[in-house]
Design a protein around this ligand. Sequence first.
Ligand code: THU
Length: 145
Amino acid sequence: MNMSDQISQLPYTIEQLLSEAKAAFERAYVPYSNFKVGAVALDDDNQLHYGCNIENAAYSPTNCAERTALFRAVADGKRPGQFQVVAVIGDTPDPITPCGVCRQVMAELCGPDMPVVLGNLKGQYRITTLSELLPGAFTSKDLHS
Ligand code: THU
């Protein structure tokens, strides 16, 4: 299935996904950067898993919104390949772009063709795929050759 077919079969519009991600954005815990990010991961049962960034006084334990959403989903029983789309929103001049660590986590948990919706508070968005965000990802198949 191509990406526009995948998108059109989702039970949510792009605007709805970004609006749900915005609800998570509002819950960000960001006392250090003051830069809020929100994300949702839609699973194969059409359930949304919400994530926000959560910062820490020691800085490096900070968890990005994308990872919070996906890790919550895994903790709730979801497994690799059981995600239909991830949507992310931030207050950025252009649609937000995920960090490298989150790209690697998505490479573990999401298929290479899974759509990733990237938005900002101005209503701009772009739709990409994981393989575009992280070509040549190191994955479990590289461990077991
Ligand atoms: N951040 C995210 O949560 N997701 C992204 O895609 C980019 C960066 C967070 C991490 C940190 O809390 C803040 O944004 C500034 O980097």
